[in-house]
Design a binder for this molecule. Sequence first.
Ligand code: GTR
Length: 331
Amino acid sequence: MKRHLLGLCAAAALGLSVLAAAPAARADEMVLKSSDVHPLGYPTVEAVVQMGEKLKAATNGRLTIEMFPSMQLGGEKEAIEQAQLGALAMTRVSVGPMGGIVKELNVLALPFVFRNVDHMHKIIDGAIGDELLADITNSPTSGLVGLAWMDAGARNFYNGKKEIHSVADFAGLKLRTMGNPIFVDMVNALGGNGIAMGYDQLVGALETGVVDGAENNYPSYVSGQHYLYAKYYALTEHLILPEVLVFSRKIWDTLSADDQALIMKLAKEAQQTERTLWQAKEQEALAVMKEKGVVVSEIMDKAAFQAAMKPVWDKYGAEHAAMIERIQAVQ
Ligand code: GTR
């Protein structure tokens, strides 16, 4: 009997020591899953990967970020839903699909709301940017916490049918937009046919001719290989649409205040890291476009494009009037 007991104790001790040595034994360890539609190496992805390395170092491995790039978990609509459910801790998405969730963000989605990319930077880096992130966090229904902004430059129209120089050239073009009614109305107001679909559907739709084209910045146009099917790229710069890193409210509420503050701080650093990476990526993408024979056209009469947006502004601008005024006042 005594021998048997001793044996049991030894086995228990052995079990304990095996457990203690097991790598995943720390009860406080947490892996934060994060997603992005873009591949590894893309600025938004790389900035969050670097944020994960800093988080790991700062917490001695207690908190880590696991990146799911390249639409592994679907498009941005799905990513937002998974973050709301707590299946994902974080996701980096465009403001486009967020507009349906936090209405205040739609002010950033109004065509030509910014004078140029610098103007957009001033807004997202300043008080208005902080307020809009707080709108995400304070929304009782978003299920998300707004962490940081990311730069995505300016978006331009492209298609596989013809060069675009003027608004009249949009007639008859089927053009994909992100899932936000502002963008469908924007294409329709130009005289084209706006079709909303997820980014994950787009390259297939271009290939099969479901759409003739779309609109995006240089890096997405290149990394998504859209140039293979739509070689006419016009510098319309109609949207200077920032992107946003959001955190799952469900998971956020389980974190200590210190961890929340650390994640917030590192996310702000990621915003700056991404900015630097973005600038280099735009130049790289432009070089690829040149090499691939993309036909880039300048838009001489930008004012005509702005004027064509009047119905869009009439429909969606009024509710953001006060914020628009504040944005325009920032020099
Ligand atoms: C990209 C952006 C993505 C996604 C995509 C799209 O520029 O980085 O977040 O919004 O455009 O057009 O859906």
